[in-house]
Design a protein around this ligand. Structure first.
Ligand SMILES: [Zn+2]
Ligand SMILES: [Zn+2]
Length: 164
C-alpha cells in the first residue's frame, strides 16, 4: 500500500477527530506507531501492514477506495452528529486542572475522578467545564472508557496526575 487517495485520508482523519481520538491513542489501539499513522493520514500507507489498515477502516466504517474500479462508491464520512450518536462509551476530560476532575487519595497517592455528568452532559466532543477534547478511550491501553477513575483493563488512572 503506497499512495492513498487524499480525499480518503482527509475523511479518515476527520473520522478520527470526530471520535475524539488522538493519533497516538488510535495507533496504540490498532498496534502501530503514531508516526506511521500520521504518514497514513498524509497519504503514505507504506509504514502500515494490511492488517492494521483493515483495522483502521473497520473502526471508522470506511473502505479504501478501490483503484481498479471505475465507478468507485463514495466513502461517506460520518457527519459529526451521526458520529456522536455512534459513540459507544463514556467520556472523560483528560485535563488534570479541570475543576470537574475531583481529587481523592489512596495510600497518599492522588487520583482524579472525572465528574462525567458535568463534563459530558449531552454526549459532546468537548468538556462542558473546561473545553478540552474529551477522551473516550484509555490513554494507556486504548480500551473503551467506563465509569470510575481507573481503567479496569490496564489499571492506569484515566487522568494523569503529575507526581508531587
Ligand atoms: Zn474539563
Ligand atoms: Zn487502560
Amino acid at each position: 500500500m503506497t499512495n492513498l487517495d487524499p480525499e480518503f485520508c482527509r475523511k479518515f482523519k476527520e473520522a478520527r477527530r470526530n471520535a475524539a481520538l488522538s493519533q497516538s491513542m488510535l495507533a496504540k489501539e490498532v498496534g502501530c506507531k503514531q508516526s506511521a499513522l500520521s504518514m497514513f493520514e498524509q497519504g503514505d500507507g507504506t509504514k502500515l501492514n494490511d492488517g492494521v489498515i483493515a483495522k483502521l477502516c473497520r473502526k471508522f466504517n470506511m473502505e479504501l477506495p478501490k483503484e481498479e474500479k471505475e465507478d468507485k462508491p463514495a466513502v461517506a464520512a460520518p457527519r459529526p452528529a451521526a458520529a456522536l450518536r455512534a459513540l459507544p462509551h463514556s467520556a472523560f476530560c483528560p485535563n488534570a486542572l479541570c475543576p470537574s476532575n475531583l481529587s481523592y487519595f489512596v495510600d497518599g497517592r492522588r487520583f482524579l475522578k472525572p465528574d462525567r455528568a458535568a463534563q459530558d452532559p449531552a454526549g459532546g466532543l468537548y468538556c462542558a467545564v473546561c473545553g478540552e477534547l474529551l477522551e473516550r478511550h484509555c490513554p494507556s491501553c486504548g480500551a473503551p472508557v467506563h465509569d470510575g477513575a481507573v481503567c479496569t483493563f490496564c489499571g492506569e488512572p484515566y487522568v494523569a496526575v503529575a507526581d508531587q
